[in-house]
Design a binder for this molecule. Structure first.
Ligand SMILES: Cc1cc2nc3c(=O)[nH]c(=O)nc-3n(C[C@H](O)[C@H](O)[C@H](O)COP(=O)(O)OP(=O)(O)OC[C@H]3O[C@@H](n4cnc5c(N)ncnc54)[C@H](O)[C@@H]3O)c2cc1C
Length: 379
């Protein structure tokens, strides 16, 4: 009997993991990949959709094209997970596994911020980004806030990128002078592990007249008075609010006992990504390994878990420990992209190395996306 691997979630982590297993074993393995969605979309594509740089159809990669030897894709919603027996119950039936990988990402909870959806917008979901694409062109001017509502959120550079791209968007439409852009973030600098990257972003903010409100969260919005209320009680006038909603552990993962509560990401062994349940791993945003919530880290952790599964099946040596390293591209606007290479787990504290924005990095980021799609969606 081939080893049965069930992978929950076909995001960055799940796609990379199943691709490696298919490459390694072909039809000699029995992998089931489960996702409720019908297509993969890069996180960064949401910014492209929101600012009208790409149509939604161009950034959707349908799972019907994910055809790999040894892998079955099932589009269905996961209803319960029993990590002790490695049994998953879905709307399409029950799946039992020898090895279970939980890669369900981070859920968004806009309702946790009173007034967010009545008085503002979120752009972290595909639906939210697509809705803003229709709404943004109607913004005539006034105070615009890009605001983070919870401490733990996907892609730490994304709020800064959004403020810079909003500057370009309003400039191109002749509305920048009538607008004031502020970014509210729970960090002291835009990218804490990399002072060089933070300095470059703060310089770009100052050149463009963007206000950086540090060490603050947006706690609520008052749609009647048109203000955003911060966690220290301060209020900011707000005609346009682009929010990064509170992130939480998916409820089905909390119910499984893999996480203690909605804000306690699944505890794992930092070197192996193994949970406390034998044969159960957690990769990507859903885990609490201590890296940022970003696709590159989901991919890196998937590679380690895939290597561990290969080693187990082939009785080989276990893989090198996970190092929590990854490269993030940072949109600076003005058609420029910078890059920060971060290392979260190798040393005593996280470090980051910055590459200045350039046209070459624009091409490199595009190639980064293209190469993943070619790898995951080729037969
Ligand atoms: C605006 C924005 C910009 C970003 N930019 C970047 C960037 O430039 N670089 C970068 O590396 N990262 C970026 N990210 C972050 C990146 O998108 C995520 O960190 C990454 O997708 C996490 O991968 P994952 O595999 O852990 O989870 P995900 O990719 O979120 O996948 C989880 C999957 O689980 C599925 N799922 C969840 N619950 C269920 C259920 N009950 N039943 C069935 N299926 C379920 C979901 O449908 C989803 O497909 C960005 C994110 C955003 C929002």
């Amino acid at each position: 009997m081939p080893t049965r691997v069930v992978v929950l979630g076909a995001g960055f982590g799940g796609l990379e993991l199943t691709t490696i297993l298919s490459e390694e074993f072909g039809k000699a393995i029995d992998v089931v990949l489960i996702d409720k969605g019908d297509a993969f979309i890069f996180g960064f594509s949401k910014l492209d959709v929101m600012f009208g740089r790409q149509p939604l159809a161009a950034v959707r990669h349908p799972y019907k094209d994910f055809l790999k030897p040894g892998v079955r894709f099932s589009q269905t919603t996961i209803r319960s997970i029993d990590p002790a027996t490695r049994r998953t119950v879905t709307d399409a039936g029950t799946f039992d596994a020898d090895i279970l990988v939980v890669a369900l990402g981070a859920d968004l909870d806009p309702a946790a911020t009173p007034g967010l959806m009545e008085g503002g917008h979120e752009f972290y979901s595909v639906a939210g980004a697509a809705a803003l694409r229709e709404k943004l062109p109607a913004f005539e001017g006034g105070p615009a806030i890009v605001g983070v509502c919870g401490k733990s959120f996907k892609c730490p550079p994304a709020p800064s990128e959004t403020a810079l791209l909003l500057h370009d968007f309003l400039t191109e439409r002749g509305r920048r002078e009538a607008s004031q852009i502020s970014l509210v973030m729970p960090f002291g600098t835009p990218i804490p592990p990399s002072p060089d990257t933070s300095q470059a972003i703060l310089k770009a903010f100052s050149e463009r007249g963007i206000t950086f409100v540090k060490d603050k969260l947006v706690k609520s919005l008052d749609p009647v008075r048109k203000v955003a209320v911060l966690d220290d009680g301060a209020e900011m006038p707000c005609a346009l609010f682009l929010g990064i909603p509170v992130h939480r552990v998916p409820q089905v993962v909390v119910d499984s006992g893999l996480a203690a509560h909605p804000y306690d990401w699944v505890p794992v062994n930092k070197q192996t990504l193994a949970t406390k349940f034998p044969g159960v791993y957690a990769v990507g945003d859903v885990n609490g390994v201590g890296t940022p919530k970003a696709g590159v880290f989901a991919e890196g952790s998937a590679k380690i878990v895939a290597a561990a599964i290969v080693a187990e099946i082939k009785s080989g040596a276990p893989p090198e420990p996970y190092k929590g390293q990854g490269s993030c591209y940072v949109e600076f606007g003005h058609n420029e992209v910078g890059r920060v290479d971060v290392d979260f787990l190798s040393g005593p504290k996280p470090t980051g190395t910055f590459q200045q924005p350039s046209a070459a990095l624009v091409a490199e980021k595009a190639q980064f996306g293209r190469s993943r799609i070619a790898r995951w969606f080729s037969r």
